[in-house]
Design a protein around this ligand. Structure first.
Ligand code: ATP
Ligand code: MG
Length: 332
């Protein structure tokens, strides 16, 4: 049976990019593979972002990220769901992997380049990020990794680390493959500034649990096809992020209506955005209601996370022991 692993960083509110790009697949694969689907709020990864240097905020975001995943229908009784720092083996395996990973490979990662572009001082953790990610996945010998397209390069590096380890210490790890949602490979930010991302701040994201009036404020000013200067100009919905979002949230008749309307200038951008808000409202309201219910029962989330950490450790411990033996650490 395939084994699935994926992680999500508690670096801010989960957004519709995370949801369509990755979280929906957590649920889908969870329904197929049960406890063999392993999901993790990766708080150690979040430390690579200085906005996480706030003890209360990090803990709150970690809790909220778990809650959001349960709110979309991920059932912690059915899958394995836990917090990364609760399973210290992730760090142990990561250290071993740092020693078979060339610094040059890490410096070539586009996420590293993007995230360090504006930094004066680069924390070493940002460079090591993909090594820890390889450890996350391989600690469970996972072969399937539901992620957005931005993680492709990291998964390729994970495969290489697995190959190198196997070559140096004997056949141990599978070479995992990414599992994408083809309809949501890389959802654009609502500010029109590249990929939607938590660490890019609120102006980039449509939060999964964001109040709908706040979502509307962002949609209202969101850029559309620049060729549509006047209401009477025809536009290209494929060059418009509102068009992209319609494809995720709206039913087929609405998508046809707005796509056709945009091309013929039969619908204005404001009306198109209003229809989008309607579709978003239908989709997000049940998730937000479920999140509200879970907020009233924090013990549910806490109990699920401690149970999840026990389950994860039970899988990780023998694999880590195998690694220690193969590497040659002294046993007493
Ligand atoms: P950060 O900005 O802190 O890196 P993020 O929004 O990129 O946050 P991550 O926690 O890094 O979120 O990623 C969680 C999952 O969501 C990953 O599988 C990632 O590939 C996916 N993902 C993130 N942003 C998008 C997006 N815009 N479109 C599709 N998938 C995405
Ligand atoms: Mg990211």
């Amino acid at each position: 049976m395939p084994r699935v692993f994926s992680g999500i960083q508690p670096t801010g509110e989960p957004h519709i990019g995370n949801y369509f790009g990755a979280m929906q697949n957590y649920v889908k694969l969870g329904n197929l593979y049960g406890k063999n689907s392993i999901y993790c709020v990766v708080d150690l990864h979040a430390l690579t972002s200085p906005t996480s240097f706030d003890r209360e905020l990090l803990a709150q975001r970690t809790f909220d990220m778990a809650l959001a995943n349960f709110a979309i229908g991920l059932d912690p009784q059915k899958v394995t769901f836990f917090v990364q720092s609760h399973v210290p083996e992730h760090q142990e395996l990561s250290w071993i992997f740092t020693n078979i990973t060339p610094v040059g490979d890490l410096e070539r990662m586009t996420q590293y380049k993007d995230k360090t572009e504006k930094l004066e001082s680069i924390p070493a953790g940002l460079l090591m990020y993909p090594v820890l990610m390889a450890a996350d996945i391989l600690l469970y010998k996972a072969d399937t990794v539901p992620v957005g397209e931005d993680q492709t390069q990291h998964i390729e590096l994970t495969r290489e680390i697995a190959r190198k380890f196997n070559h140096a210490f004997g056949e141990t790890f599978p070479e995992p493959k990414a599992e994408y949602n083809r309809q949501a490979l890389r959802i654009p930010g609502v500010d029109g500034n590249g990929k939607m991302g938590k660490s890019k701040g609120e102006s980039s994201t449509i939060g999964l649990l964001e109040p709908l009036d706040s979502i509307w404020q962002k949609l209202r000013v969101a850029p559309t096809d620049p060729a549509r200067v006047r209401r009477t100009d025809p536009g290209d919905p494929d060059k418009c992020l509102i068009g992209d979002y319609h494809k995720l949230f709206s039913d087929l008749p609405t998508i046809e209506l707005v796509y056709q309307g945009c091309r013929t200038a039969g619908i204005g951008c404001v009306d198109c955005k209003k229809l989008l808000l309607q579709s978003m409202t239908e989709h997000l309201t049940p998730i937000q209601e479920r999140a509200q219910e879970l907020r009233g029962d924090p013990d549910f989330v806490r109990d699920a996370l401690s149970q999840g950490a026990r389950e994860a450790r039970a899988i990780a411990a023998p694999i880590m022991e195998e690694v220690r033996t193969k590497v040659g650490f002294l046993k007493l």
